[in-house]
Design a protein around this ligand. Structure first.
Ligand SMILES: C/C(=C\CNc1ncnc2c1ncn2[C@@H]1O[C@H](COP(=O)(O)O)[C@@H](O)[C@H]1O)CO
Length: 245
């Protein structure tokens, strides 16, 4: 290349436009003020990178069910054992299990999937208190951004199971319900696992929220409640098959 012409990717520079350094040199040598890495345009690139990693990693996942549930439930507790059985039954029915990759009921569902030889996905989130991904995840992604991670929960699942949980689980459950209600996702099966836990909430939804006109009675048909792992998996399989045909 002559000194009077310079190519920089798609750009051609000639004569007075020729620069004395190359793009690579400037990239490798640049020092100084670093505040720009904390600016929103830079964050947008990080957000894009998370979408790219998520889509790229999960594109070939195959049929999957997302399981939500408390990060605090310990091994040996009733719902922990049920979530292990759920992960196992989903694997036996040919589904990958997707969870938040954390402890508690996420770990339990991943554990069941792992022990049954199924695909056990953990979509973990960076939190202020460091929690590593549970050891039963076979395919894991660590996200910085909750909202990117939530897209992955929805996009790669054929249905959802909500085990008992707190704000995190309720947020995820109501997001799934809102997306189905507003037809942003086409009527995915949603299972509430644990009658004792969920029935008071459903009673409130019917007797207060719906009675006040804030929900239509049909919205209460967007989910089913069960205490039976096999019934949950049969419901998810039948509904997701019906929706695909
Ligand atoms: C609270 C503790 C650890 C938190 N670690 C988490 N790791 C991954 N995902 C999480 C974590 N905490 C919440 N989530 C998400 O919300 C749901 C559970 O929240 P809940 O408030 O406990 O119901 C779960 O489905 C995750 O997606 C210390 O043990």
């Amino acid at each position: 290349m002559s000194r009077s012409q310079q190519r920089q990717g798609p750009i051609v520079r000639r004569h007075g436009q020729v620069q004395s350094t190359t793009t690579d040199q400037r990239l490798l040598e640049s020092r100084g003020e670093t505040g720009w890495v904390h600016t929103d345009p830079w964050r947008v690139l990080r957000i894009q990178a998370e979408f790219v990693d998520g889509f790229g990693t999960l594109a070939d996942l195959g049929p999957a069910i997302t399981v939500y549930g408390s990060a605090r439930t310990k091994p040996g507790a009733r719902y922990y054992d049920d979530a292990v059985r759920m992960g196992r039954a989903l694997a036996e029915a040919g589904y990958a299990t997707i969870t938040g990759g954390g402890p508690g009921l996420m770990e339990a569902a991943n554990r069941g999937a792992f022990e049954a030889g199924g695909t056990s996905v953990g979509l973990a989130i960076e939190l202020p208190f460091e929690e590593s991904m549970n050891e039963y995840v076979t395919l894991g992604i660590n996200f910085r951004y909750f909202f990117v991670r939530k897209v992955m929960f929805m996009k790669y699942a054929q249905g959802f199971v909500a085990f008992p949980g707190g704000f995190g689980t309720l947020d995820e459950l109501f997001e799934a319900l809102t997306l189905v209600q507003t037809k942003k996702i086409t009527s995915f099966p949603i299972v509430l696992y644990g009658r004792d836990y969920w029935t008071p909430m459903v009673t409130w939804l019917r007797e207060t929220v719906s009675a006040e006109g804030c929900l239509s009675p049909a919205d209460l048909d967007l989910f089913t409640i069960t205490d039976d792992v096999d019934e949950a998996v049969a419901f998810l399989s039948a509904q997701s098959r019906k929706l695909r045909s």
